[in-house]
Design a binder for this molecule. Structure first.
Ligand code: NDP
Ligand code: 2IT
Length: 475
């Protein structure tokens, strides 16, 4: 093992995922000067936060027509306030590894906005986590959560702790230490975390258990994504991947098309990817790729989702193992799946994993729709290329909103001490994804950009947040 495994990972992982520069240099020519100044302030205040700047730039660029139609949002300082989190918590997470050595990780929770409800958003455990990543995710979460139409604010958190290769006992000790600090900032009416990269059912169990022990409260609605045996909602596990496929289906339906017979490229092989693959099969498509941080597999017979789950979820092994056990598949090391000719792409691994060059390859190969399962997986250049080529493009804020929307359903069930069936819950998810699609589609049309789901999702989410902020005064 290298002397500093975390430094080694930071050095290699992001390079694989940075297909091009994502530095944002464009001016925001269409927005009011005061909003351009807000962006300049963000750049000056947070110069070391490129992902946060990228996320802010995209939203500000999209909402120019909203600000023109609603001068009260500009006068009310909505944008100035939104780019500054309500609260940021940074903390030390000391823990002891299996060899008895002390390790110190860094913990984060950025509580961006509680204007629509308790702070809500996942926790990410990955060595690349830093304040820029958590702030970009928390900022996106404000508008995504507003778009769902449910009463949930926006937040994100996590740690630079790397769960890969750690024993269950190490994961548990880490989660307990993480919660020893974070518990005081959480609660079913205050802040309700869930999973994200590196945080699944196992981690949520340990985090919830420690919260319960420290507070002496079985407060089931303080975390979502819990096991279905102890307060978790049916369909929460499947919701983000299923929802992304439902969103693709809605976009295609606007053009009289469907998923039937389509070839689909999915990236990632975690929670979102696995259930996107499963739902794509159920709707008559053939998902042909999956990936992880080591490379991708292409399987012309279609991805065997049970085998993928065995390898990635149960064995926590590498994706190359899939090709080793499946004669129709091959493994391509150190690369992403965007060279494979497909009709539909569902990037479901991480931010900036699909660059402009990848987008051009997908377009040349005939891609018709892209639904983002991950948060901000497409770079700004890739988004522009898809839109210029008239490819249907569903941004993460809309396309992956099914996960957090089903978290809100879990909170409702916990509050009412009810349990809804799998089928009822999936029907609700299906309806929510249609409503999210329609809200984005309608807002795009209202603001003069028909078919532009980026403008539509950002505008519809922003409108809801801005009205609530104006009503609630200068907070
Ligand atoms: P998981 O941890 O379950 O899976 C993540 C997958 O992405 C793994 O295959 C992982 O590969 C790969 N990956 C992660 N980081 C990198 C990286 N730096 N480079 C290459 N591959 C990487 O996470 P989820 O499936 O939950 O999350 C995937 C995406 O979806 C994230 O962007 C997340 O923010 C977003 N999302 C998740 C929601 C949810 O409900 N879980 C809801 C909405 C969005 P490896 O195994 O090698 O690490
Ligand atoms: O990015 C996301 O929306 C999530 N990781 C899910 C958040 C949640 O609270 O369910």
């Amino acid at each position: 093992m290298p002397a500093n495994p975390r430094a080694a990972l930071i050095g290699t992982g992001p390079q694989l995922l940075r297909p091009e520069s994502t530095t944002v240099t464009e001016t925001l020519s269409a927005v009011p000067a005061v909003v351009r100044d807000v962006y300049a302030t963000v750049q000056a205040r947070d110069p070391h936060e490129p992902e946060f700047q990228q996320a802010v730039h995209e939203v500000l660029e999209s909402i120019a027509p909203v600000l023109e139609a609603h001068p009260e949002f500009v006068d009310g300082g909505i944008v100035e306030r939104l780019v500054e989190p309500e609260r940021q918590i940074l903390f030390r997470v000391p823990w002891i590894d299996d060899r008895g050595r002390l390790q110190v990780s860094r913990g984060f929770r950025v509580q961006f906005s509680s204007v629509l409800g308790p702070y809500k958003g996942g926790l990410r455990f990955h060595p690349s986590v830093n304040l820029s990543i958590i702030k970009f995710l928390g900022f996106e979460q404000i508008f995504k959560n507003a778009l769902t139409g449910q009463g949930i604010g926006g937040a994100k958190g996590g740690s630079d702790f790397d769960p890969h290769g750690r024993s269950d006992a190490e994961i548990m000790r880490f989660c307990q230490s993480f919660m020893n600090e974070l518990y005081r900032h959480l609660g079913e009416h205050t802040d309700v975390p869930a999973g994200d990269i590196g945080v699944g059912a196992r981690e949520i169990g340990y985090l919830f258990g420690q919260y319960r022990k420290i507070t002496n409260r079985h407060e089931s609605g303080m975390f979502t994504g819990k096991g279905v045996q102890w307060g978790g909602a049916e369909v929460r596990t499947e919701a983000t991947g299923y929802g992304a496929v439902f969103f693709a289906q809605e976009m295609l339906a606007m053009r009289g098309a469907s998923l039937e017979g389509a070839r689909v490229a999915v990236s990632g092989s975690g929670n979102v990817a696995i259930y996107a693959i499963k739902k794509a099969w159920q709707l008559g498509a053939t998902p042909v790729t999956a990936s992880d941080s080591s490379g991708y597999v292409v399987d012309e017979a279609g991805i065997d989702v049970d085998l993928l789950r065995d390898i990635k979820e149960r064995e926590r092994s590498r994706i190359s193992e899939y090709a080793a056990r499946r004669p129709t598949a091959r493994f391509v090391e150190g690369s992403r799946p965007w060279q494979v000719p497909v009709d539909i792409a569902i990037p479901s691994a991480t931010q900036n994993e699909l660059g402009e060059g990848d987008a051009r390859t997908l377009i040349a190969n005939g891609v018709r729709a892209v639904a983002e399962g991950a948060n901000m997986p497409s770079t700004p250049g890739a988004v522009a290329a898809f839109q210029a080529a008239d490819v249907l493009f569903g941004p993460g804020k809309a396309a992956n909103a099914g996960g957090v929307a089903t978290s809100a359903l879990e909170m409702s069930q916990n509050a009412a001490r009810q349990r809804w069936s799998f089928d009822d819950s999936e029907t609700k998810l299906r309806a929510i994804m249609k409503a999210v699609h329609d809200a984005a589609f309608d807002a795009a049309a209202r603001y003069g950009r028909p078919g532009d789901y980026v403008v539509g999702a950002n505008s519809a989410g922003f409108e809801r947040v801005a009205h609530a902020m104006l009503a609630q005064g200068v907070i």
